[in-house]
Design a protein around this ligand. Sequence first.
Ligand SMILES: C[S@@+](CC[C@H](N)C(=O)[O-])C[C@H]1O[C@@H](n2cnc3c(N)ncnc32)[C@H](O)[C@@H]1O
Length: 225
Amino acid sequence: MGDYPQVKYDSFRESLPRDMRGLSVLDIGCNAGFYSMEMKRRGADRVVGIDSDDRYLEQARFASSVCNLSIEFLRMTIWDIAALKERFDLVIFMGVFYHLRHPLLALDLIHEHVAKDLLLFQSMQRGSRLVDLVAEDYDFKEVEVFNTASFPAMYFIERSYSHDETNWWIPNRPGMEAMLRSAGFEIEGRPEDEVYLCRRKAIAVPPDGPHSVYPSSNLVLRSNE
Ligand SMILES: C[S@@+](CC[C@H](N)C(=O)[O-])C[C@H]1O[C@@H](n2cnc3c(N)ncnc32)[C@H](O)[C@@H]1O
């Protein structure tokens, strides 16, 4: 993959605010801190990077201290972000979605607990790239639509893909865009093949209740008492 993620970043860096003074950033799945450090270099007031793996966080802390960049790196999984009790102007969620067994829940949690405005998002995608409008509703007898290339879909990887058993779900492009919209993120741009810049929108509570049920706000409150 070459000098990754520098090559990826170079392909969409211009679509991010050049001057980030006054803004806060949460980098979910920050790995060795590449995007966190770039956002701090753009002047972001406060940057928090979280990752589930201590080894990556050690690298991130080392790299940021060598570069003299003040960033908070925390060991935390996406499932616990409600505990941050803070919303961020920019949430970065790059390269994590397809590593999760419950990816849509992750988007719902980000919307419900930490996103204030912008979401920078990336997921591996496979299959169709044909995006079309989705209908408001489909009749029960409508079965052909599931065979069309533009129908939103996600592939489940039972064993392993690309020699990595943590690759669980890989959406096609229409599926990825539908899930972002459904979770309350309006797509403002796709500056690179798999990268989206989205804006958080308020979403109505659906008839079957709020999208994300874990952890319930009450549970978080109780555990902090
Ligand atoms: C493919 S790397 C992406 C790193 C970086 N965001 C990028 O785009 O280059 C996935 C990162 O997500 C972290 N990760 C995986 N599952 C996670 C979870 N449930 N919560 C938080 N981080 C997670 C991994 O430890 C790893 O650092």
